[in-house]
Design a protein around this ligand. Structure first.
Ligand code: FES
Length: 107
């Protein structure tokens, strides 16, 4: 039997245009809302494992506040140096007032 790792969050707890961090199963998950769509991502930049959640958001692109790497939150793609690896972003199920983040399912 496989164990499912999920995080249940009220939509009202997620700010628009910036990120909020939740601790779940020992990892920090950042959530944000952009124009009615929610995104969940690992709060660790793939360049040097610094927290990414305080970075500037422009649309679905977040810029790391440390050395300027940018990631697209829709698929985690690294858009520029110094990051080369994609950011883990997680599948979200919309349950109405709440969201279920599937921590087993990296997009
Ligand atoms: S830690 Fe994010 S760009 Fe270096």
């Amino acid at each position: 039997m496989t164990q499912e790792f999920t995080l249940k969050i009220r939509k009202s707890d997620i700010p628009q245009g910036r990120s909020k961090v939740f601790l779940s199963h020992g990892i920090q998950i950042a959530l944000t809302e952009v124009e009615g769509t929610y995104y969940a991502f690992l709060d660790l930049c793939t360049h040097r494992d610094e927290p990414l959640s305080s970075g500037c958001l422009k649309g679905t692109v977040i810029e790391c506040p440390f050395h300027g790497a940018k990631f697209d939150l829709r698929d985690g793609r690294a858009l520029c140096a110094p990051a080369k690896d994609s950011l883990p972003v997680f599948k979200i199920e919309d349950l109405g007032d709440t969201l279920l983040v599937d921590l087993d399912e990296v997009l």
